[in-house]
Design a binder for this molecule. Structure first.
Ligand code: AHR
Length: 491
């Protein structure tokens, strides 16, 4: 028997909508083929964006989209991606497969994608191989309303009004692919570059490059030297089933031990947030600077027969569990975690959507974002869990993961998952003094290897769960193995 206790009378802060953000890089078939197919393509599109993909993403209410990278950001020169498409420069995408990048998807196309999705724009600038002038002109091009060289160039290219840019990243992984910098050097560079990210219109939140997983020295130095000049500090952590980058493990062929090890490694995210957050607290006790986890998710060996530089992987119920655990962790730490962007939106790493020509499938991870969207902008509620633990090769994990919130209409949402691969869990949800009414439970469930394919696209999908019982202030339900629920009620 597992117990979850929800205290709807104790609100702990707002869950920023941006925690449910996405990331799209010029990498493999994420942008080209996955999102953008061009206006003259026979695949149904609106201004070049795939209609099927955009419609599916609108259903999960993507709040913010990060672009153009990733490692690609620090070799991207934005002026190559504006003006007439025939004249745009072609470049080599050195990080991702050495393919030719024809720059047909640039700033105007990205902003059109954000318009269609109804989401905020998070642009990542180039520090590694770009100049301060280049970065400052990009901001001027996008956001300045008046007369200026860059605003006039934007108008020449067909866009009269300035765009709104909510977030701007000053470099990406500058400790690695973005310039191999030391923390002190990057922090000084950050201070210099960020001045020229001007606020011409609405305020742009400036995000500094943060640590690679457990590199606490990076956080300490960057906060000490540059903490006063930023609105957010990023953090990247990927879940790999094995430590070895050469043999990360297959996305679909795995044993039960691999499944549990993957979940245990996902829980490391909580320690990372606590420890990086603790360091941030010592420089920023009021939590003004957000921890922006702008790359997270699973990273496996690529699907056999696909380009190793394209990072194309399948997605199973194991990925759904990884998403459920991470999103619950982010919700519970919403005092510091202000944004998170899963890597990546389409056809790359832990994707929402996979495409092949004109076909599209929604992954189990997509359905987790669907189930969890009720938390966007809601108030986090105090909740706790009392359940047994599951032993893994790397230590124990709780059998159940949970978080709860209350939205502006007074509806309470609890998202919970039974991580056990084989055993169902008898669950009691306690609401203290309150009596749950109008109960509605939705569920995603499957065997740990279950996935959606182009041949069988509906193997895993959301269903309504009918077998729950309200008893006074309690809801009782039997969670099947490997299942995720979203329980909604009013009190
Ligand atoms: O998401 C793939 C890559 O992972 C990104 O380009 C980089 O920032 C990270 O190392």
């Amino acid at each position: 028997m597992s117990n979850i206790y929800v205290n709807a009378r104790k609100k702990l802060g707002t869950i920023n909508r941006e925690i449910y953000g996405q990331f799209s890089e010029h990498l493999g078939r994420c942008i080209y083929g996955g999102i953008y197919v061009g206006e003259n393509n026979k695949i149904s599109n609106k201004n070049g964006m795939r209609t099927d993909v955009v419609e599916a993403l609108k259903n999960i209410h993507v709040p913010v989209l990060r672009w153009p990278g990733g490692c690609f950001a620090d070799e991207y020169h934005w002026k190559d991606g504006i003006g007439s498409k025939e004249k745009r420069k072609k470049m080599i995408n050195t990080h991702w497969g050495g393919t030719v990048e024809d720059n047909s998807f640039g700033t105007h196309e990205f902003m059109e994608l954000c318009r269609q999705l109804g989401c905020k724009a998070y642009i990542n600038g180039n520090v590694g191989s770009g100049t301060v002038q280049e970065m400052s002109e990009w901001v001027e091009y996008m956001t300045f309303e008046g007369t200026s060289p860059m605003a006039d160039l934007r108008r020449e290219n067909g866009r009269e009004e300035a765009w709104r840019i909510d977030y701007f990243g000053v470099g990406n992984e500058n400790w690695g692919c973005g310039g191999n910098m030391r923390a002190e050097y990057y922090a000084d560079e950050y201070r210099r570059y960020q001045i020229y990210v001007r606020n011409y219109g609405t305020k742009i939140q400036k995000i500094a490059c943060g640590a690679n997983a457990g590199d606490y020295n990076w956080t300490r130095k960057v906060m000490e030297i540059a903490g006063n000049y930023m609105d957010g500090l990023s953090l990247h952590y990927y879940t790999l089933p094995n430590e070895n980058w050469e043999e990360k493990g297959s996305a679909t062929q795995f044993e039960k031990e691999d499944y549990y090890r993957t979940l245990k490694k996902t829980y490391y995210m909580e320690e990372l947030i606590q420890r990086h957050g603790g360091i941030m607290d010592s420089y920023d006790p009021k939590k003004r600077v957000g921890l922006m986890i702008d790359e997270w998710g699973t990273w496996y060996d690529v699907e056999p027969g696909t380009n190793p530089g394209f990072l194309y992987q399948q997605n199973t119920m194991r990925d759904a569990m990884v998403a459920a655990i991470n999103l619950n962790i982010f919700n519970r730490h919403c005092d510091r975690v202000k944004m998170a962007n899963i890597a990546q939106m389409v056809n790359v790493l832990q994707a929402m959507i996979l495409t092949e020509g004109d076909q599209m499938v929604l992954t189990p991870t997509y359905y987790v974002f669907d189930l969890y969207q009720c938390h966007q902008g809601a108030e986090l509620l105090e909740s706790s869990i009392d359940c047994k633990e599951i032993e893994t090769e790397k230590g124990a994990i709780p059998e159940i993961t949970q978080s709860a919130s209350i939205d502006k209409n007074g509806l309470v949402h609890l998202t919970a998952a039974n991580l056990s691969a084989e055993q169902s869990s008898q669950l009691r949800v306690h609401f203290g003094e309150d009596q749950p009414k109008d109960l509605h439970v939705e569920m995603l469930q499957g065997e740990i290897h279950d996935k959606n394919t182009f041949e069988n696209p509906n193997c895993v999908k959301k269903t309504v769960f009918e077998k729950s019982r309200v008893e006074g202030n309690l809801v009782e339900l039997e969670l099947p193995p490997c299942s995720i629920i979203c329980l909604e009620c009013s009190l």
